[in-house]
Design a protein around this ligand. Structure first.
Ligand SMILES: O=C(O)CCC(=O)C(=O)O
Length: 283
């Protein structure tokens, strides 16, 4: 793959952090990877405040901030370390330029969980064998992988061992056999998870079997964004941020919200740009 055309900086001009060889191997082997401690306290504080207002006092926010990824939370969308991973596992080279990401935003939600909240519902797996309409697919060639629908979980509060972070059946994105129910019960030794400081990211292919579980920490809530990215010409979730929110972003970040198509030849015939007529909004 010619990597020269992949963006080398994010929308704020920060250098993209490419995946190293160990990270690539772990992601392909397990189907997920964690990137601990990506945000400083100065970055984290306004993001957390924005998420809480978005959840509980939405009308108090200016219109251009009324979205999970509005206002201060837009920096999460294309954090240099996240772009580095998505460049490697998801980007479609022929739709990427230095000014335009080779992948697009799919959908997101924010989850604020107090002790006792339970989201145990294992789903997914065997994505290597899925056809493309599903989006939950995983492909690989010698030295290269493609993860279709990819989830980036931002953990905005610390997650300690036993707290109840997302759990993964590592390797199940390539599983050939149906998953036996008893191997996926909550206390199965096959589940893997993570602990991390506030401001960390966990990235996984939706082709992998995964689940939430019970949040157990009585003194610290879980506050997470579950943001999905997809191939430029495919979309799984329906939602898209309001136009005012996208309009408030720098141009390269806006390319995450372009229409869902590929095309060919030169712009505007090929989907390497964002403008108000080329948006993923349906309504
Ligand atoms: O609740 C969680 O930790 C995982 C959520 C999940 O399974 C998903 O968003 O696909």
């Amino acid at each position: 793959m010619d990597k020269m055309l992949l963006p080398t900086t994010n929308a704020d001009g920060l250098p993209v952090v490419p995946m190293n060889e160990e990270q690539k191997y772990i992601f392909d082997l397990k189907g997920w990877i964690s990137l601990p401690g990506l945000l400083s306290e100065e970055q984290l504080e306004p993001v957390c405040a924005h998420q809480m207002k978005f959840l509980y006092e939405r009308d108090s926010l200016p219109k251009e901030e009324r979205d999970n990824h509005g206002g201060p939370s837009q920096i999460l969308l294309d954090h240099p370390a996240v772009v580095g991973v998505l460049n490697e596992i998801l980007s479609h080279q022929s739709l990427a330029t230095e000014a335009c990401y080779g992948f697009r935003f799919d959908h997101t939600y924010t989850s604020h969980r107090r002790a006792g909240h339970d989201n145990f519902r294992p789903h997914g797996g065997s994505g290597f064998f899925n056809f493309s309409g599903s989006s939950h697919l995983y492909q690989m060639q010698q030295g290269r992988v493609h993860a279709g629908l990819t989830r980036v979980v931002w953990e905005l509060n610390e997650v300690e061992k036993g707290d109840g972070g997302t759990m993964f059946l590592s390797g199940s994105h390539k599983a050939a056999f149906p998953r036996p129910t008893e191997l996926c019960e909550r206390d199965s030794a096959l589940w893997e998870t993570y602990s991390c400081p506030a401001g960390s990211v966990v990235i996984f292919t939706e082709a992998l079997c995964h689940t939430g579980t019970r949040w157990t920490n009585e003194t610290r809530d879980r506050l997470s964004l579950f943001t999905c990215y997809n191939t430029v010409n495919a979309k799984w979730g329906k939602a898209c941020p309001p136009p005012e929110v996208i309009a408030s972003m720098p141009p390269k970040r806006q390319t995450l919200f372009r229409g869902v198509w590929h095309g060919m030849r030169d712009v505007p015939g090929i989907n390497k740009y964002y403008d108000e007529a080329n948006t993923g909004r349906f309504a």
